[in-house]
Design a protein around this ligand. Structure first.
Ligand SMILES: [Zn+2]
Length: 294
């Protein structure tokens, strides 16, 4: 019935709501993760900046464009959080209720509450020193039964695991047939190699591998049907349809990355409009490996 409310009555109610709340007659404003809007692959926001994690939309993100920035003003997602969720939801149109495991999610309690509304969601961490998690998981010896997970979200963790092949075999084991992994690692160079200098990320965890495109073949060797999901514009640059972006000394060796790409492995998943709206800039900073257990 509320949609037929007389506008003036609706206005009076909104004016009285803070007073009613103060004396305990009205519920507080629902927090973002408690609203009915689902996380989404696409955007319904009206502003120039939108968040597919929480549904926020506004004029701009809190900080400059970068995969590690462009922070949402409501849920504090950064750009690569939004790209990971877009990849998962775009490629799985009916994901609700799936058993989702996320390794060391960067986002905190509110994000996890939201995920639990829509999925059978578990957050894991290796040592629980930097992330609070539901369970401890060492990717090289995962304490979960075979075929027990439908979707694994694993952002920026695999580069911190010494034995990549062992971790991937464990992931294969816990995924159900038809299950999927959405894997993000920093793609800073064309070919996988250990760091030349000891390297640590922001949470003081050592980096064992700097991955390149050959990670795709490593994933296929374990049995995964594998593609790499990228922005449309980055796909065009990698395919030679449009010029390569200029290297600007931000750690991404663009020419080396372009020289070693296997174009047939790429799938473009973000139009220029979505890329700008969700803040997937610079476009070359975004890649998610989609791995399906057949
Ligand atoms: Zn958000």
């Amino acid at each position: 019935m509320t949609s037929f409310l007389d506008p003036s009555l609706s206005r009076v109610k909104s004016l009285l709501r803070p007073l009613a709340r103060r004396v305990g007659l009205a519920k507080g404003e629902p927090v973002w993760w408690d609203k009915q809007s689902k996380p989404q692959a696409g955007s319904l926001g009206l502003g120039d900046a939108s968040c597919n994690v929480c549904g926020w939309s506004g004029a701009e993100f809190a900080d400059p464009f970068h995969s590690e920035m462009a922070t949402c003003l409501q849920c504090r997602s950064i750009a690569r959080d939004r790209f990971l969720l877009r990849c998962f939801l775009l490629r799985n149109p009916e994901p609700w209720g799936l058993r989702v495991l996320e390794t060391s999610p960067r986002m905190g309690r509110d994000y996890r509450r939201m995920m639990r509304r829509w999925f059978e969601y578990t957050a894991s961490d290796f040592d629980e020193s930097n992330h609070v998690a539901d369970i401890k998981v060492d990717l090289m010896a995962i304490g979960l039964p075979d075929d027990s997970i439908d979707v694994l979200l694993t952002p920026h963790v695999l580069e911190h695991v010494p034995d990549t092949a062992l971790a991937l075999r464990e992931i294969w084991r816990i995924l159900t047939p038809g299950g999927r992994m959405y894997l993000q690692v920093p793609l800073l160079q064309g070919v996988t190699a250990p760091p030349i200098e000891p390297e640590f990320h922001g949470d003081d965890t050592p980096v064992f591998w700097r991955f390149g495109w050959d990670l795709t073949e490593t994933l296929r060797a374990v049995g995964f049907e594998t593609t790499v999901l990228v922005t449309d514009e980055w796909c065009d640059s990698l395919s030679g349809v449009s010029p390569r972006p200029a290297e600007i000394g931000d750690g991404f060796a663009i020419n080396d990355i372009c020289d070693h790409v296997v174009v047939d492995d790429l799938v473009a998943v973000s139009t220029p409009e979505i890329t700008r709206r969700f803040g997937f800039l610079a476009t070359y900073q975004f890649a998610t490996w989609e791995c399906i257990k057949r």
